[in-house]
Design a protein around this ligand. Sequence first.
Ligand SMILES: Cc1cc2nc3c(=O)[nH]c(=O)nc-3n(C[C@H](O)[C@H](O)[C@H](O)COP(=O)(O)OP(=O)(O)OC[C@H]3O[C@@H](n4cnc5c(N)ncnc54)[C@H](O)[C@@H]3O)c2cc1C
Length: 542
Amino acid sequence: MSSLTPQVTSSVDPASLATSQQHTDFLVIGAGIAGLSAAIRLSRAGSVLVITKEELAESNTAYAQGGIAVAIGGEEDVALHYQDTLAAGDGLVNPEAAHVLVEQGPQRVEELLAWGTDFDRENGELMLTREGAHSRSRILHANGDATGKEIAVSLLRHVRTIPNIRLMEWTTGIDLLTDKGRIIGATLLDGEGGILSVHARATLLASGGAGQVYSDTTNPAVATGDGIAMAYRAGAAVSDMEFYQFHPTAFSQPGAPRFLLSEALRGEGAYLVNAKGERFMHRYHPLLELAPRDVVARAITREGIDGPVYLDMRKATRDLHERFPGISRFLAKYRLELNRDLIPVRPAAHYLMGGILTDVHGRTTVPGLYAAGEAACTGVHGANRLASNSLLEGLVFGALAADAMIADTASQPNPMISIPSLLPPIEGNTPDADTERWIENLRNSMWRYAGLLRDAEGLETMQRKLEALAATLPRGLSRRAIEARNLHAVASIIVASALARHESRGAHYRNDYPKRDPIARHSMMRNEKLTFEPQPSSRAEV
Ligand SMILES: Cc1cc2nc3c(=O)[nH]c(=O)nc-3n(C[C@H](O)[C@H](O)[C@H](O)COP(=O)(O)OP(=O)(O)OC[C@H]3O[C@@H](n4cnc5c(N)ncnc54)[C@H](O)[C@@H]3O)c2cc1C
């Protein structure tokens, strides 16, 4: 296997460049739903610094449309939510994590409501919709199709009232700081290009996913897998990285962004039709348009060989502008209307099921380091995430990670010493235009060779490309150069894991191994060693 952390030689170390050193009890990297819900809880036990790469509201969380799945209908609903989560995950869901998610979900959502999140209501009652692979309607939504924005705004409003929490925008985590095998903070790049090191009793990576590793993605620019690459460089185990969920229905028009056309459209009755105007999902799955996402995404890819595939809502009777105002506004820019036009769609990289291996309390395999939300892998999604389970994941596991950080460090003094960063020292600066071209090359190749339909030939080609790209890895401490190196690390782990998994399961599909193995195993990568671990009944002991 090729080296996953290419070394760029020099004598310069980012920590030695640090112009200032700061201290906080708890450092939270990321201001999405996982980071903010953790910060709120952490603030009861000490000072919290939350950093985010761009504006506070720029995260995957803010783009979430469809809603948040939660079993508010009592015990039977909780049991069914658990079963649906397990079924979607295709044999690889960690049962303990799924239990925690569905059982603690209602309580965490109650908290959100208390903090002012305004979910849509009808006659005063919370409205619930249904999405693919859910056996009943249990998705709360806000402002029709702007659930994430409402959650992000209300969490931020609440966070701003808490004096113990300090927020730093336009600040990029570069690497983690270690002392005797323990994580004691991170080096950061601020908005002016200054380097600072922050020391903390415990550090939480809530840095979200890595959709930007693919050319076609619904994820915003901040989703470059930084936290996963940082944790990996620090020696933490990462798991199940080959499982990338491709959302079936992203808008597909040349020159237009890959805007998400929420699954809720199909929940409300949208059909999928091929270039001949025929519905086709009956050929792929009994649940038709509400089949699991990977099935729908592959069906669209196959039907798309002969021409465009469309979402068809022309027979809908309800007011779609009212139910999907954000989507309607977006489509209007392209002179399209949900009630009137066929809407062209194709899949795009959407959600990373894998990530930094944690137990259900957010503990990684390295002391002092915690992870939650899309950056983490508790195994709660297995090989394929159930729609709308990820906002809930951030909420539930963000809070649990905070509790563990407080409990584990109650008697831990705040580290004061200065030690070098883990980042391979970087000398020189790659010009911005070259860095952009390098990133584009990586993303296009990943889409082509390690995307929705995989085989050994394509994945081996991608491995060779990654080796070649390693030789020209962008240098320097600009944000884009940092992201480029992180994307390379994440892509390398995805490809190595995908190549080694000789089966098709959930979102990972191999043309050359179309069947599922009888034994479910998790991939695990640590210190450049890839292993497959059996599916335990509990993954609490990582
Ligand atoms: C278009 C779209 C629609 C979606 N719809 C839904 C839905 O309806 N329901 C659902 O459940 N899920 C949905 N998802 C998925 C869901 O939004 C995410 O999985 C979830 O919000 C992730 O939350 P998070 O807190 O883990 O990460 P994010 O919300 O992505 O937050 C990550 C944070 O980390 C910061 N960050 C990253 N790297 C660094 C760094 N190096 N230094 C400092 N900060 C850093 C970012 O700036 C950001 O603040 C959707 C996703 C997208 C993209």
